[in-house]
Ligand binder design. Structure first.
Ligand code: ATP
Length: 372
């Protein structure tokens, strides 16, 4: 029997997404920990579910994998219903590969046999595929060893190879690289994802690490309180966040406040355009540390105001730290004593107590109605 669910009808010449999730909801004790989640992933695309601990990422993944069951919603693979609240293809029938945090290798099987476990076909072909995968995860020389002879990170790399071996059409990964040390992580992560992309798999990857998501994802689904609050390319989430919390998820942010008057909001950095908001609305103007410009003090004066950078405001250096590629300088602002953070490429470590002038790149600011 082939069950076709009621996907919105798709024109015949456009293939259905590899994975489609519609209105998934999961409640525990009356609380929706996954709340109306919908997303689609195309073949060869990596989507990251990104959010803080407890926001519902892993539960979403477990439902798609078939090891937990939704209260509402549907899941489709290549346009075919695999699960709703009445019908359910078992996990092993979903063409889905899993790589979860609590992976477990078979302790009585060698590395080669662990990786080759789910593979069908001639012995020689299997051995070749196992060899290729172990090379990709830099584990070739451990091929005849047993799991108890490997470190945690090495076991994780074998588990990755095992998950990749059957060339799954969909790969669900829950923080799969978290146990690897930094030196190995970048290489194995990039290699694994390019392997999956080459094979045309749709990848849904859970992480709470914004930089990891930015580096890996074609599409990021930002989750909060069980809901997807914003979905799009990393560039869009970084440069057009939906709210203050979304902006703050990807880097430190600076916030100044003001009240709208005639589509403008006056601040110590000059007037900001705040169109579309009624007079009297209290707003937060948000900018990232790299969008503050620093200028020297010229006998108590800063640089001249410009249309792009607005009016300079004076601050006194509180702390300056070198972070490798950049320096982070914290200023106590004269206008109301708040601290603003500026990041500067390379080494810039002014002494605490030094007065400097700051301007804000106004084209890089985000304006949102103030919270609460
Ligand atoms: N079986 C369960 N029974 C009750 N509550 C649950 C169950 N599974 C998950 N939860 C709750 O659902 C919420 C979401 O959990 P989930 O593991 O999906 O979050 P997460 O975003 O993956 O977090 P983390 O990044 O810490 O793994 C949490 O508050 C968790 O306590």
């Amino acid at each position: 029997m082939e069950l076709i669910g009621n996907r919105l009808s798709q024109p015949a010449n456009i293939p259905a997404p590899r994975l489609e999730v519609q209105h998934l909801t999961r409640r525990f004790g009356g609380r929706a920990v996954v709340d109306d989640v919908s997303l689609t992933i195309e073949p060869g695309q990596v989507t990251c579910l990104l959010g803080q601990s407890g926001c519902g990422k892993s539960t979403t993944l477990r439902i798609i994998a078939g090891v937990d069951m939704q209260d509402e919603g549907k899941i489709f693979v290549d346009g075919k219903l695999i699960c709703d609240t009445l019908y359910r293809v078992p996990p092993e029938g979903r063409s889905i590969g899993l790589m979860f945090q609590d992976f477990a290798l078979f302790p009585h099987l060698s590395v080669a046999d662990n990786v080759g476990f789910g593979l069908k076909g001639a012995r020689g072909d299997k051995r070749a595929r196992v060899g290729e995968l172990l090379e990709r995860v830099a584990m070739s020389r451990y091929i005849d060893m047993y799991p108890h002879e490997l470190s945690g990170g090495e076991q994780q790399r074998v588990a990755l190879a095992r998950a990749l071996a059957p060339k799954p059409r969909i790969m669900l990964m829950d923080e799969p690289f978290s146990g690897l040390d930094e030196r190995l992580r970048d290489g194995i992560r990039d290699e694994t994802l390019s392997l999956l992309k080459e094979a045309g798999a749709a990848v849904l990857l859970v992480t709470h690490e914004p930089h990891e998501a930015m580096r890996m994802a074609d599409q990021i689904a930002l989750m909060r309180g069980g809901r997807i609050v914003q979905m799009g390319a990393p560039y869009n989430l970084y440069n057009a966040p939906v709210d203050r919390a979304a902006a703050g998820f990807f880097s430190d942010v600076n916030v100044i406040g003001g009240r709208v008057q005639g589509a403008l909001t006056d601040t110590p950095f000059g007037a900001f355009l705040t169109p579309g908001l009624p007079d009297g609305t209290q707003v937060d103007i948000i900018f990232r540390p790299q969008h503050l410009k620093i200028d020297f003090d010229r006998n108590g004066r800063g640089p001249n105001p410009t249309p792009q950078d607005g009016t300079p405001a004076r601050g006194v250096v509180e702390r300056a730290r070198f972070l490798g590629r950049e320096s982070l300088v914290e200023f106590r602002m004269d206008f109301d004593g708040r601290v603003l953070k500026a990041s500067v490429p390379n080494v810039f470590l002014p002494r605490p107590g030094t007065p400097l002038w700051l301007t804000v790149r106004r084209d890089r600011c985000f304006v949102f109605p103030a919270q609460g």
